[in-house]
Design a protein around this ligand. Structure first.
Ligand code: ADP
Ligand code: MG
Length: 729
């Protein structure tokens, strides 16, 4: 082992868990301590202002600017009591992560001193000088202004000394430049259209809510080892590294004991998450070594998205306090599972009914089937778009890699639900009573609740699985903003529910009784969306052929998958639901292509540098030792004997030369190919060139580096190896 490598491995091995500052109260007492939630609103706001603000939050009433000053004053009072000195508009630009610009509360008091100032104006809206955020050409310089505007539906919170105000980020001309604005629009669209449909079944329902429960996977790596791997540091993944002889073959990590250093990190993370009002509940090891998962109790979609963004930044911060780095990259290590984010999505009423949960009466079961089937139709028609919504340069490594969902969107329903849909499709009975078990029909729906809740035949290979009372979208990447896939899904379902209502109302106008009209339309939909249903093994090659025959989107090139956003059906869908305009979609795609190119570009540069500074010099140094040895053998033995004894070494010398020659030549080729690609003007074409030409070169070069790693003396190898990176005691 090289000296540096030995030192970091040695240190990592002996590290003790960092002590966690445990609050003396119980979680229920410190939960949301740093959140300006209803309880604090009630305490810090005049009752009239409280009533108006909760009306905005609960019923989407327009925000009366007149109350903003009083709300800001209440927030300031609460925040100052917590020792807060700064505030920030917190938003989610089109890059990963969140952005914030901190301003102090202080203003001149006009008498030569300072006072703490925070007005309604500052709370509600701010002009951002952030012209450096990606905007896809929407903001040319003369109208480069962007605004952040307060989103009252997600509560203000405190991190360290800063009051964070969740905001949307929009251009001067009104286009959204972030994830939150279209997310809120998609939520409005799907909840409104679902409410209209829900009124067929229960006219008393006043409001529909969209829920999201995310499961976040991640890796932890010791920070000393991480720092000794420039590829991890600069790209988030290992660009080289031979698989450890033991990784996940034994699958002994899953649900195994959590190492004590990791347990301390998790405890700390959970405490701080709960203080920020994030209802974290589950934690466990994942399949790969050093891989873990965290999941909260599901929440309203907008809040859940914010909480996921917040938890990712908390993880990064807290990991450092425990001598770790958290890897949120979808595929940090080759040959070991990658990380995803499972988005559990559902719709529910203000009275607590989940629309995709079976019920006891025939009406309830028809409602259940209606919402499930409409979702399937939406996913079917927009399967390519949904894939685009989860696609990124980093997630592309994971999809289709026999451990994550395949790069084809399909839906698993389980045997019971599949049978129910098949029966409904085949039966010709449009009578609502046919859905009631009392009639002794095959449908026998009242048995579903028990069967589905114990959803034992879960298919882990399905990207969009029905899991009892919700759909679980398993394709999103671990690093992604959950909003991207939720925007596409909400909007697609909204469009579909609008179509459904139109068709049912049409039949009713022609004299068809309402329930029978619903059954008729649903029956047609079951036939229509059949190609999206797939209960088999999503990893198999047969499925790829079968999916292509069914007309599902089987494209695997990331830049081409993004084209789905601009297909006429997608633009129509986003525009008709009021979620995004063509101009916004075009701008966002420019950003996506550009980000794709940049990621590969950085990887190619880092790989080139590492090869020239770490790999080739070490390989040559070792080779020189072997050559030296071969010469010395000659001085000790006669020619024939020396030749025989050195045969192994000579072969090794040759192999090392061949690998290093290949590497050097291909790094040069890669640099030349990059120069050509960089001259391409169109972002889309450039991304395609990077995908088709440069990305494969990274893999080819890597193969030879990994071979060298196996040959070169371990004592000389400078970069920590997989077996070291992947184990925490
Ligand atoms: P698993 O790993 O078996 O899929 P987990 O318990 O880890 O299950 O995660 C399930 C996630 O789904 C949790 O975040 C949970 O709160 C969420 N969830 C449960 N029911 C719903 C629902 N109706 N809508 C949205 N999310 C839900
Ligand atoms: Mg899950």
């Amino acid at each position: 082992m090289s000296k540096l490598r030995f030192k970091v491995v040695e240190e990592a091995f002996h590290k003790k868990p960092t002590a966690v500052n445990c609050p003396s109260e119980r979680p229920s007492e410190y939960f949301a301590k740093y959140v300006f939630n209803r309880e604090k609103m009630f305490k810090y706001l005049p009752s009239k202002v409280f009533a108006k603000l909760t009306d905005v939050i609960d019923n989407g009433a327009a925000l009366d600017r007149g109350i903003a000053d009083e709300v800001a004053a209440g927030m300031k009072k609460w925040a100052l009591e917590l020792g807060v000195t700064h505030y920030t508009h917190w938003f989610q630009p089109l890059t990963e992560g969140t952005a914030e610009k901190h301003d102090a509360f202080v203003e001149h008091d006009g008498k030569g001193g300072m006072l703490e100032e925070f007005s309604g104006k500052l709370l509600v809206q701010q002009e951002s000088d952030g012209s450096s955020f990606p905007n896809g050409g929407i903001r040319n310089t003369f109208e480069a202004r962007g605004y952040s505007a307060w989103d009252p539906s997600s509560p203000v919170f405190v991190v360290d000394d800063t009051l964070c105000i969740p905001t949307v980020f929009i251009a001067y001309t009104g286009e959204s430049l972030d994830y939150k604005a279209p997310l809120l629009k998609s939520i409005r669209a799907v909840t409104q259209s679902a409410l209209d449909v829900m009124h067929y079944f229960d006219p008393s329902v006043k409001k529909i809510l969209t829920y999201l429960g995310w499961e976040q996977e991640y890796f932890l790596v010791d920070e000393g080892l991480y720092a000794a791997r420039p590829d991890l540091l600069l790209t988030g993944r290992t660009l080289m590294g031979h698989e450890a002889s033991k990784n996940q073959q034994l699958e002994d990590h899953y649900f195994g004991a959590i190492p004590s250093r990791v347990a301390a990190f998790m405890k700390d993370l959970e405490i701080q998450a709960l203080e920020l009002g994030i209802p974290v509940k589950t934690r466990h090891n994942e399949v790969a070594p050093n891989q873990f998962e965290l999941a909260p109790i599901y929440e309203e979609c907008n809040l859940a998205v914010d909480h996921n963004m917040l938890i990712m930044s908390l993880m990064r911060k807290i990991a450092r306090n425990h001598g770790f780095r958290v890897l949120l990259h979808e595929k940090p290590f080759k040959g070991v599972n990658g990380s995803g984010k499972h988005n559990n999505w559902s719709l529910g009423t203000d009275t607590g009914t989940l629309l995709m949960a079976p019920g006891k009466t025939s009406e309830e079961n028809l409602r259940f089937i209606t919402f499930v089937v409409n979702t399937l139709v939406a996913v079917y028609h927009h399967n390519g778009l949904l894939k685009a919504s989860i696609m990124s340069a980093t997630n592309a490594h994971r999809l289709g890699a026999h451990e994550a969902p395949p790069a084809i969107i399909s839906s698993f329903l389980g045997t019971q639900l599949s049978e129910v849909l098949d029966h409904l499709e085949e039966s010709s009975n449009n009578d609502l009573n046919s859905l009631d078990s009392k009639q002794g029909l095959k449908l026998n729906i009242p048995q579903i609740p028990e069967l589905l809740i114990d959803n034992t035949d879960r298919n882990r290979t399905s990207p969009f699985a029905f899991t009892g009372n919700r759909f679980e979208f398993r394709a999103p990447g671990s690093e992604a903003n959950c909003a991207s896939s939720m925007i596409a899904l909400n909007a697609a379902v909204a469009e579909q529910l609008i179509r459904f209502k139109k068709e049912v109302d049409g039949l009713v106008e022609q004299g068809e009784p309402q329930m029978s009209a619903i059954i008729k339309v649903v029956r047609g939909y079951i036939k229509e969306c059949k190609p999206i249903r797939f209960d088999g093994n999503g990893y198999s090659d047969e499925w790829k052929d079968e999916a292509a025959r069914r007309g599902l989107d089987c494209e695997t090139s990331c830049p081409l998958i993004f084209d789905n956003y601009l297909k006429p059906a997608s633009v129509r869908m986003f525009e008709s639901t009021g979620v995004m305009t063509r101009k916004e979609l075009e701008a966002r795609n420019e950003v996506k292509w550009e980000m794709y190119t940049k990621k590969i570009q950085i990887e190619a540069r880092v790989l080139g540098d590492l090869v020239m500074n770490h790999i080739v010099p070490v390989a040559i140094e070792y080779q020189t030792k072997l050559i030296d040895n071969a010469y010395k053998m000659k001085s000790l033995f006669n020619d024939e004997e020396a030749g025989r004894l050195s045969a192994g070494n000579l072969a090794l010398i040759r192999e090392i030369s061949e690998h290093t020659a290949y590497i050097k030549e291909h790094v040069d080729n890669m640099i030349a190919a990059r120069k050509v690609a960089n001259r391409i003007g169109s972002q889309r074409e450039k991304a395609i060139a990077y995908h088709d030409q440069i990305a494969p070169m990274l893999e080819q070069i890597r193969y030879h580096i990994d071979q060298l790693e196996l040959m070169v003396d371990d004592q000389m190898w400078t970069l920590p190896k997989y077996r070291e990176l992947l184990f925490i005691r």
